[in-house]
Design a protein around this ligand. Structure first.
Ligand SMILES: Cc1cc2nc3c(=O)[nH]c(=O)nc-3n(C[C@H](O)[C@H](O)[C@H](O)COP(=O)(O)OP(=O)(O)OC[C@H]3O[C@@H](n4cnc5c(N)ncnc54)[C@H](O)[C@@H]3O)c2cc1C
Ligand code: FES
Length: 254
């Protein structure tokens, strides 16, 4: 479903990150994404950071297209397609800990809102923490970690996760963020015998399962994911190891 929507709200989350709100009646669930385009940029995937009738995307400016989006203001239009992909399954009745790393926090915020679960927001410094106001509003308990200790726990989100898992009887971890963070969350879940659902990213063109550009092993991240179960991830050889850029060149994570 492709639509033009008008921006009705802009919120500066951090020096490099803005949220754009728009009204769109399509049904969406936490963890789903849309393809976004305006003239002068590539069409790019963005998670929905609000999934009700008023929806939003939260954009970190890192290159030409995301910088173009940052120029937009109230009254400007976005062309969007979607919503796409499999979102988080919050219906399992398990005790959940939700983790957002960096701008990945935007993707898990609707899951925090819907579940009211405990949550961790991880960032490099206090200047990179986003949406902690909403996190405090929606989560039962919200903890923040920063790599340099400038806000909350001094360390990374996986270290803080291990601490909180030791204190609480969580059964499943839900997370979105840099793949290296997700890799260590997955390793911790294997070690601690916890279930997990992780939202992954790969370069996307069609967003709808057709072009094959976003594959990890035999899974299309846009259609079979972006949220994958622990069992699915256990079969992925490329997870945490490598991905392909827009030309198909291999980029190593570590
Ligand atoms: C399912 C999904 C959800 C995402 N949600 C968000 C979000 O909520 N907020 C946010 O800020 N970012 C999100 N991203 C990442 C966002 O799509 C990229 O940051 C953006 O495409 C960068 O484009 P650019 O032209 O500004 O930067 P460029 O300089 O072109 O690229 C910078 C990096 O962004 C990635 N990237 C570029 N184009 C694409 C593409 N078509 N598909 C996937 N990755 C790309 C590549 O890793 C590249 O190295 C998401 C990506 C995916 C796959
Ligand atoms: S982006 Fe085309 S198949 Fe996933």
């Amino acid at each position: 479903m492709s639509d033009f929507v008008k921006i009705i709200g802009v919120n500066e989350e951090a020096y490099d990150t803005k949220t754009f709100e728009f009204q769109w009646d399509e049904k969406a669930i936490p963890g789903q994404f849309i393809m976004v385009w305006v003239p002068g940029m590539e069409e790019i995937p963005m998670s929905l950071s609000k999934t009700g009738r008023i929806k939003s995307i939260t954009v970190k400016a890192i290159g030409a297209s995301t910088r173009k989006l940052h120029e937009l203001t109230i009254g400007d239009s976005l062309r969007i397609r979607g919503p796409y992909g499999k979102g988080f399954d919050l219906t399992k009745g398990k005790k959940i800990l939700i983790i957002g790393g960096g701008v990945g926090t935007a993707s898990v915020m609707p899951a925090i809102k819907e579940s009211g679960a405990d949550a961790i927001i991880g960032a490099r410094t206090n200047k990179d923490v986003i949406m902690d106001d909403l996190g405090h509003k929606y989560a039962k308990n919200l903890w923040i970690s920063t790599d340099d200790g400038s806000m909350g726990f001094h360390g990374n989100a996986v270290q803080l996760m291990r601490e909180k898992v030791a204190e609480n009887n969580y059964e499943i971890i839900i997370a979105c963020g840099p793949e290296i963070m997700l890799y260590y969350i997955y390793q911790a879940c294997v070690e601690l015998n916890l279930d997990c659902q992780l939202s992954l990213e790969r370069h996307m063109k069609c967003g709808a399962g057709i072009c094959g550009c976003c594959v990890i092993d035999d899974q299309r991240v846009c259609k079979d994911g972006p949220v994958f179960t622990k069992e699915q991830i256990s079969k992925m050889k490329d997870f945490g190891v490598q991905k392909r850029d827009e030309c198909g060149r291999i980029l190593k994570f570590r």
